[in-house]
Design a protein around this ligand. Sequence first.
Ligand SMILES: Nc1ncnc2c1ncn2[C@@H]1O[C@H](COP(=O)(O)OP(=O)(O)OP(=O)(O)O)[C@@H](O)[C@H]1O
Ligand SMILES: [Mg+2]
Length: 462
Amino acid sequence: MFALGFLAVVAVGYLDYVTSWQCKFTVLYFIPLSLTWFIGKRRGLILAVLCGIAATSTELSWGMPYDHPLIPYWNASSRLLIFLIFTCLISKIKSQVTGLEMAVVARMNELVKEIDEKKLLKKEKSEIYCALHSTLDEMGEGFVSMDQQWRYTYVNPAAVKFIGKEADELLGQVCWELFPESSYGLAYQELHRSVRENCVVVFDNYIPAPLNRWYQNRCYPSPKGISVFFTDISERKFAEEKFRDLTDHLETVREQERLAISREIHDEFGQALIAFKLDLSWIEHKFLPVDFQLTGRLNAMRSTLDLLVTKAQNIASELRPPLLDNLGLAAAIDWQVREFKRRCGIECLLMLNDGIKVHDKEVGTTVMRILQEALTNIAKHAKAQSVVVSLCETAANDLILEIVDDGRGIEQDEIHSALAFGLMGMRERARHCHGVLTIRGARGKGTTVRLEIPRETAKEAH
Ligand SMILES: Nc1ncnc2c1ncn2[C@@H]1O[C@H](COP(=O)(O)OP(=O)(O)OP(=O)(O)O)[C@@H](O)[C@H]1O
Ligand SMILES: [Mg+2]
């Protein structure tokens, strides 16, 4: 550039020389102009001023033939001003060009860096994907991922085994088109719910024969679709079913045994005690008054016998509420509530709907046992002042038992404790009759135990 500028100055100077004397000094101003680009603004300005002074002094010393003596000064200053402006402009353009160049270089560097980072990220991503896929492939659990259109995007070997189709047959296919029968089932509803509500959904699903297996499905939605893990929980489910059957059976046996023992105590033991008492009375009447000592003993024996009779009756009633079999559920509940008031001294209000008829003995027993356990818990733990027991039927004829106390209120961890065998027993009994038991507590305000038994079970006649 410098060489070019220099050559341009020489060329213009030469042209000036060969053409006219009038403007030859102008050439001097080209020097700062052409040099400003290279030597910077400040030095360019100094040079322009120096050149201006040099040109004007030369012009004056040569005595140019102007009409007016001020013309050389006017020429010099106007040229100087123009060249000063040009010098400033050139330096400004240069600084802008330099700034632009620097910005371009910085942006280039940034782009190079971004490209490098992206490359690295892509590499890392693909490494992570590889590791993830190999982990998923090794996993015993089934795993599938689907896109937003429910097309399979990944299926691990365990899932292939479970679904019974090769990965190639599944990938890219719409799940509900491949298995249209699933479109009406629980899986369809739960998977759609997971996507709709954007939440993790866990559900157990039974696949009927020929598979006859239970699976636990865990659905994780994402903006790209959904991923589902599924675990075979058939063994656990079958064991649970067996356990439930066993519990039901034990409950039935226990109830039958209670009934038998209650009858035994009432009929055999109670009758024997009454006979004993009659014999005692006979002896009293026959041989009295013979001996005061004997009379005293006989009186003591009679009181002990009365006590024994009452105890036997109580035990028999506890084992099997006497009114349940004879007068039905409502009478049995009434008796139970009165017993509770008498024994614990806690105010207990009973609200019974008229005309409740429960023909199923099992339902009657279940309601009674749950009521007994709930009242025992109130006496043991609630510190309640009063209790309200209500038994009613809803419009849909479902049977509802509610026991509400105003005690300290059961805590959440107590409700879900693994050691709350009493509460577990209540739930088991409710489930045995296809019912639902809910327990709610409000700290300092009391506890509510609610049992709902559906009509089909409650009205079912045996
Ligand atoms: N009405 C109630 N008010 C306050 N706490 C209660 C009430 N009913 C139950 N609980 C709490 O819940 C716990 C679990 O009750 P659950 O009937 O299972 O056991 P339990 O009565 O302690 O023992 P079990 O019934 O086996 O003799 C109780 O220990 C008690 O702390
Ligand atoms: Mg209890």
